[in-house]
Write a protein that binds this ligand. Structure first.
Ligand code: ZN
Ligand code: ZN
Length: 316
């Protein structure tokens, strides 16, 4: 049981790791020793607890932070996505969340966004919206969201080296709120309004438009020559790349958000996990007929993908 909770209450849209980091700072602990006092190991921080948290952790957090389990569970992105009708799982790929590429305490990917002015506030914390793939600016300040240090370009790693509570880069010590981002245009604000309506519909029990939007974006990025060579699913893209994608699809997004019968849209855009036991086994032997073999090799060559750009989205 942690003795000093310092009465820091969670914000309504705060992520679980953010509250833990703030409580740890207020109790003069580092994040690793703070969870240790809850009878947990520092391995907690090498998992994406902002995405989902298992039952054991949840119980210990609830006891240590003196907050109800349901309230803590609601502070994960998966809990929000599940309420919006999105199929979620603890690990592996899932729609709409951005990826941080956790390797021990380091984050290799740029999926954790932040607003430089929100981080400049004295009671700074991580918003849930900073892990959702349709967000690229802060609606409160109308500034573009950042996903790396403005000086050394390292991905934002909020729980390592007290980056969140100090609003400083853990590698070069540059202030994360010292350099102002670009403002967004009126078109961006309008587009964000449409996306917000789609999310609100999903949260209110009408997930059809959100699902249709997901399917549409996935098809566009696979077929449109502007995006087809991106090499990775668009959830892995940098913030500015996703913003470009959404801007290019403004017409479709507006129609989905404003269609009078949008509540009746069919919910069929997410890929379901297939039962591998029912899948027929593929033959791995080559056919003996040279013509058939040549045709097979040609078919395989056609399936070869363009060079991937994924390395550009991973911190070295
Ligand atoms: Zn902001
Ligand atoms: Zn830096």
């Amino acid at each position: 049981m942690v003795q000093s909770n310092s009465l820091l209450a969670p914000h309504p849209d705060e992520l679980l790791g953010s509250l833990l980091a703030r409580r740890a700072w207020a109790a003069a602990h580092n994040p690793a020793s703070f969870v240790k006092s809850m009878d947990l190991t520092r391995d907690v921080w090498s998992r994406d607890i902002d995405r989902s948290v298992n039952a054991t952790f949840l119980e210990k957090f609830a006891e240590g932070l003196c907050i109800g389990r349901a309230q803590l569970d609601a502070m994960t992105v998966n809990s929000f996505l599940a309420q919006c009708g999105v199929p979620v799982q603890a690990i592996g790929f899932e729609p709409w969340i951005t990826y941080v590429g956790l390797v021990q305490w380091a984050r290799k990917r740029y999926g954790q966004m932040y607003c430089c002015r929100c981080l400049g506030a004295p009671d700074r914390y991580l918003r849930r919206d900073w892990r959702i793939a349709t967000n690229w600016f802060c609606p409160e300040h109308s500034l573009l969201l950042q996903d790396c240090c403005p000086e050394c370009r390292k991905p934002f790693t909020p729980y390592s080296n007290d980056e969140l509570v100090l609003a400083r880069c853990g590698r070069c010590a540059a202030s994360l709120c010292g350099r102002e981002s670009l403002s967004v245009s009126g078109c961006d604000l309008e587009l964000h309004g449409h996306l917000e309506r789609i999310w609100n519909d999903a949260f209110a029990g009408k997930p059809g438009p959100l699902c249709a939007l997901y399917r549409h974006l996935s098809e566009v990025t696979a077929r449109d020559p502007r995006f087809a060579r991106a090499g990775e699913h668009w959830s892995y893209w940098r913030t500015w790349e996703r913003a470009e994608l959404l801007r290019s699809q403004e017409g479709r997004i507006m129609r989905l958000a404003c269609h009078p019968s949008r509540g009746a849209l069919v919910w069929c855009g997410y890929n379901r996990a297939r039962d591998v036991r029912e899948k027929p086994k593929r033959s791995t032997s080559m056919p003996t007929d040279p013509q058939v073999r040549a045709q097979l090799l040609l078919d395989l060559a056609r399936k070869v993908r363009w060079p991937r750009r994924s390395r550009a989205r991973v911190s070295q």
